[in-house]
Structures are given as structure tokens and as C-alpha cells.
Design a binder for this molecule. Structure first.
Ligand SMILES: [Zn+2]
Length: 58
């Protein structure tokens, strides 16, 4: 899990926490599995972008 600053958020993402969208230019969190079973490429493809507030209550 890693924070994404507003300046790094250059796309609109879907938040799995609330089902809504993380607007472009909004600081949020990117979360992924790091167990590496399927390799780094699969881990990167499985990244999910969460609103910071949604992740805290998750
Ligand atoms: Zn959300």
C-alpha cells in the first residue's frame, strides 16, 4: 500500500471501497498484493486505487 499524491493522480480510478470514482488530481492510496505468487506483472495489474477514507474504514 502506498500513498499517491494529488499530482501523481493523472487518471480517474474506480474505488473498490465505495464503488465510486477517485477523481483526477485527488490524493488517494494504491493497494496491491505483494505475495508475488503470479509474479510482479500480475501484482501490478491487480493494483487498486482507494479513496484514503474508504481504505481506513475497510
Ligand atoms: Zn471510495
Amino acid at each position: 500500500m502506498q500513498p499517491v499524491s494529488a499530482a501523481q493522480a493523472v487518471k480517474v480510478y474506480s474505488c473498490p471501497g465505495c464503488g465510486g470514482q477517485v477523481a483526477e488530481g485527488t490524493a488517494h492510496l494504491v493497494v496491491w498484493r505483494a505475495d508475488g505468487v503470479l509474479g510482479d506483472a500480475a501484482d501490478l495489474a491487480a493494483r487498486r486505487h482507494w479513496h484514503s477514507s474508504c481504505w481506513k474504514v475497510h
